[in-house]
Design a binder for this molecule. Structure first.
Ligand code: GDP
Length: 431
């Protein structure tokens, strides 16, 4: 059986913590999309870590951490991250990088930065990690697979052709220095030596693992609403964030992904530009939640940018669960809300005088105004509580309200950043 951990919202739902937790009962943990442009924050016995490219199960000595072919692989970032966790006392992880994964090239990072500068106020709020230029090249069929690093002659010929176009853009569109092929080849040789110990036929590894009954966990990055097909296009990321894409980005049969743990945050947060209907517009109210949010505040794990804050959006989250094909929900950061007298929940969008419960396309989303229902707060700290029945009645009412809105059973409730701060509800099933 294959389990996927994915996000229903805009990212930062706390997938890292849930993956770290589920990693205990997994053999292989796979990143299947995205790159080092987003981060997961994990708090465990070794300390607090911000991971960007390694799967969040990397802290166990019994697991293999896999970078699947669907990932945008930044080789220096990966190597730095492995070193960073080993330096903090974590046992050296077993990491397998797909020989078919493609490489984030130094020029992808440059083009990302230059394009954001060129667009100025109209930018997409990129993290400037080269992800959009990377995926553009991948689908334009001029990307570089890890395996290509090992044939210097072929690679040189290919890059010579690639640089013709790149250098025209650099010179005439961005007015920046051109790229020298010899320099680039030197960097490629360094990348080859860095990645060599990890290169694996990941397809075969996962095939054999399935044959031998191993437990595989797929870890998604960002969330449903950042998916290029189903999200708030164009303010989306460049690879699919959906569990369904796990089949492709890892290389496993779609019908085997039978458990889709969809992580939903008990309030909303988003990074960068884009439509965000339940955004808290009163800056003082937003700031209070931002400061209390997550573990040490809602600031981006990669960029440190303050996140935009919002109330729970049932319309977006139900849609987010639906496009993931959620089989269960893990509701996270519920402990943060214990200070509120009442909790607004966005249950509908008013668009041109009509109220809808369905998440619309971006053009309509721009016109949507939130319709709120207000639930009473519980005004206590729920951290440390281990069983559902011990939660205050108002808190249970909030969870059950959300569950009804999502139409998916909430089987896990996270009430703190730590690995063991979790309340299980094994008894709830799909209604
Ligand atoms: P991810 O990208 O989905 O893994 O999410 P992030 O790691 O970027 O953001 C989640 C933040 O919330 C991190 O700082 C976590 O340590 C923290 N976190 C996760 N679950 C909980 C929780 O239940 N309560 C609190 N207070 N913080 C949590």
């Amino acid at each position: 059986m294959i389990t996927a951990v994915v996000g229903a919202n805009w990212g930062d739902e706390g997938k890292g913590k849930i993956t770290d937790m589920l990693g205990e009962e997994s053999d292989i943990i796979v990143r299947f999309q995205g790159g080092s442009n987003a981060g997961h924050t994990i708090v465990n016995d070794y300390g607090k870590f911000a991971l960007h490219i390694l799967p969040s199960g990397v802290f166990y000595s019994h697991t293999v951490s896999v970078i699947g072919p669907g990932v945008a692989l930044n080789i220096p970032d990966l190597v730095k991250e492995i070193k960073g966790i080993v330096d903090k006392g974590v046992p050296k992880p077993r990491v397998a990088v797909s020989d078919r994964a493609q490489i984030v090239m130094p020029y992808h990072v440059l083009f990302d930065k230059y394009e954001e500068e060129r667009l100025a106020g109209k930018s997409f709020g990129s993290t400037k990690s080269g992800i959009a230029p990377f995926y553009s090249d991948k689908y334009a069929k001029i990307g570089v697979q890890v395996s290509e690093l090992f044939d210097e002659k072929e690679l040189r010929e290919k890059l010579e052709g690639v640089l013709v176009k790149k250098n025209i853009l650099l010179k005439h569109l961005y007015h920046k220095p051109e790229i020298d092929l010899d320099e680039l080849m030197k960097t490629m040789a360094e990348y080859r030596d860095m990645i060599d110990p990890y290169v694996t036929d990941v397809g075969a590894l996962l095939y054999n693992a399935r044959k031998n009954g191993k437990r595989i966990l797929l870890e998604g990055q960002l969330g449903s609403l950042k998916d290029p097909d189903h999200g708030i296009y164009p303010m989306v990321t460049s690879s699919s964030t959906l569990a369904g894409y796990g089949a492709i980005g890892a290389g496993v049969p779609p019908y085997e992904i039978s458990r889709i743990v969809t992580v939903v945050k008990a309030y909303s947060s988003a990074v960068g530009a884009g439509e965000f209907v339940s955004e808290i517009l009163d800056e003082a109210v937003a700031d209070e939640l931002r400061k209390r949010g997550g573990d040490g505040g809602e600031y981006g794990a990669t960029t440190g940018r303050p996140r935009r804050m919002g109330w729970f959006d049932a319309v977006a989250s139900r849609y987010g669960c639906r496009v993931q094909g959620a089989t269960e929900v893990a509701l996270t950061v519920l402990d943060v809300l214990g200070y509120l007298d009442e909790l607004p929940v966005c249950v509908g969008y008013e668009i041109e005088g009509n109220v809808t419960r369905d998440f619309p396309t971006t053009g309509m989303l721009k016109k949507a105004k939130p319709v709120y229902e207000y639930l009473p707060g519980w005004k206590t700290d729920i951290r440390g509580i281990k069983s559902y029945d011990e939660l205050p009645a108002e808190c249970r009412a909030y969870i059950e309200f959300i569950e009804k809105e999502l139409e998916v059973p909430v089987k896990m409730i996270s009430n703190g950043p730590g690995r063991h701060e979790i309340i299980y509800r094994p008894e709830v099933s799909k209604s």
